[in-house]
Write a protein that binds this ligand. Structure first.
Ligand code: NAD
Ligand code: IPM
Ligand code: MN
Length: 358
């Protein structure tokens, strides 16, 4: 039997609540598919920072590197400034493990009320490929003329040729693999003078190498509008770190709740472990109430299985999720999906649905 070594970091807020259902689902799918998981539990969080001044121990990355994959809940809590907590754990993991692809599906699931009128499952079903290690996310820059009237800050973006090409190439390869040969690029080359004209240049160069793949390019502002007006026109959307971040909350928002959306931080070369987490954060506004939707975390576990080379087990989880969301009534769905279920009830319903999803 294959045993996968999984590093589990629940993190903060509802991250701690949605992790248990995801592990239950993994364990059950493991029993049904003849695979098993060896979990290492790491309680690294904002509480760790408050107690020690660091989000994770000095040998944290070494310890994570000994695993096949990382399953993360959410990082960040009002007790610690966000740029400290996120640059103390989540962002270094993405960067140091060269998880340069952040893959985020946008899919309207059966039974989830859609805020866009007249849209059915199938109308909204595409992939966001977000650059995950450079771009607008950087610590380069700083304050100048501090304390004077001329005070200000500079925040530098970095777009390397290697970093830009590899994410765009991944998007083209994905489009081919899905049999949906169409890639849309998110740009803003009318406003950003250096970075986005360069992004466009690299996108065009890559498009020339994939003549079978149809392409289009959209300024990020109109792209946001087109997501809402014509979600059915997208297959694979590639964007920089910041644009991909924004689009990957907008997309799931269009499918009724951001809480179902998963996020795979992938090192495609498998030189380092990849990390799987929901798109959502620690949701301090509902933390501790037991009502967080566990589906984003469970779907993230499914993406992890896909990455580990267990596509059948991954597909089973997705079928079980869809069976639960498609169930009429309020009993199995959490409040964000219009129901009354607790995190545990919704998670247990996915576990139960696995029996039928074999
Ligand atoms: P958020 O995603 O935590 O919450 C946004 C809204 O969505 C809230 O109203 C919340 O209640 C709701 N929501 C989120 N997940 C839900 C779930 N599973 N079930 C039901 N409702 C859910 O975003 P935010 O409020 O901007 O950020 C809160 C904290 O989380 C901040 O510290 C932020 O930096 C952090 N954050 C972390 C990650 C991550 O770890 N990857 C992602 C986003 C935000
Ligand atoms: C996400 C989050 C993070 C990001 C934050 C918390 C740094 O919003 O995973 O989408 O911007 O990448
Ligand atoms: Mn985000």
């Amino acid at each position: 039997m294959t045993t996968y070594k999984i590093a589990v970091i629940p993190g903060d807020g509802i991250g701690k609540e949605v992790m248990a259902p995801a592990l239950k689902v993994l364990d059950r799918v493991g029993e049904l598919c003849g695979i098993s998981f060896g979990y290492s539990h790491f309680d690294w969080s904002c509480e760790t920072w408050l107690a020690t001044g660091s989000m994770m121990p000095a040998d944290g990355m070494d310890r994570l590197s000994q695993h096949d994959a990382i399953l993360l809940g959410a990082v960040g809590y009002p007790t610690v400034p966000d740029h400290i907590s996120l640059w103390g754990m989540l962002i270094p993991i993405r960067r140091d493990f060269d998880q340069y692809v952040n893959l985020r599906p946008v899919r309207l699931l059966p039974g989830v009320p859609c805020p866009l009128a007249g849209r059915e499952p199938g109308d909204i079903d595409f992939w966001i490929v977000r650059e995950n290690t450079e771009g607008e996310y950087s610590q380069i820059g700083g304050r100048f003329a501090e304390g004077s009237e001329a005070e200000g800050v500079v925040q530098t973006s970095v777009f390397t040729r290697r970093g830009t090409d590899r994410i765009i190439r991944y998007a083209f390869e994905l489009a081919r693999k899905l049999g949906r040969p169409h890639v849309s690029s998110a740009t803003k080359s009318n406003g950003l003078f250096h970075s986005m004209p360069y992004w466009d240049e690299r996108f065009s160069a890559m498009a020339a190498a994939y003549p079978d793949v149809r392409t289009d390019s959209h300024h990020i502002d109109i792209l946001a509008a087109r997501f809402v007006m014509h979600p059915d026109r997208f297959d694979v959307v590639v964007g920089s770190n910041l644009f991909g971040d924004i689009l990957s909350d907008l997309g799931p928002g269009m499918t009724g709740t951001i809480a179902i959306a998963p996020s795979a931080n992938i090192n495609p070369e498998k030189k380092f472990p990849s990390m799987f987490e929901p798109v959502h954060g620690s949701a301090p506004d509902i933390a501790g109430q037991g009502i967080a939707n566990p589906i984003g975390q469970i779907w993230a576990a499914s993406m992890m299985l896909d990455h580990l080379g267990e596509p059948e087990a991954a597909a089973m989880i997705l079928r079980a999720i869809e069976q639960v969301t498609a169930t009429p009534g309020v009993a199995l769905r959490t409040p964000d999906m219009g129901g009354t279920a607790s995190t545990t009830t919704c998670g247990d319903a996915v576990v139960a649905a696995l029996e039928q999803a074999v």
